[in-house]
Write a protein of this length. Sequence first.
Length: 129
Amino acid sequence: MHTPLNAQEMPLHKVFSDDFLFTIPSVQRPYSWTTEQAGELLDDLLEFIEHHGITEKNIEQIPEPYFLGSIVLVKGEKPDAEVLDGQQRLTTLTILLSALRSYLPEEYANEIDELIVQRGSRIRKIEDT
C-alpha cells in the first residue's frame, strides 16, 4: 500500500504535544550532538527572539516562524511517530526545554512540562513517558 507524503509547517508547541509520541528507529545513529552544536541551536533561537523582539505579550504576532529545519516522521492517525530525520534537533530541544524548566517560576515550568512529558491515560491506553 502506498502512503502519501504530507509536508507541512508546524509550530513547535504542536510538535511537542500529545499528538506526537516520538520513537527513534534502531537504524538511526545515536544522539551525538556536542555542546557546540547544541549551543549553536540555542544561539540561533536566542538571536531569532532578539531580532524579532519576542516577548510573552507579542509572541502570537510574530510575522515569520522560526525555521528549525526539516523533521521527517512516519506517522499515522495515532500519536506514534517514527523519527527519520531531525532526531538531533528534537532531542536537543527536549534537553534545552528540560533545563529551562528547572530555572523558571513554577507556572512557566508547568507549561514546559506539558510540552516534554506525556501524561498517561487509561482511557486512551497511553502510559506515562
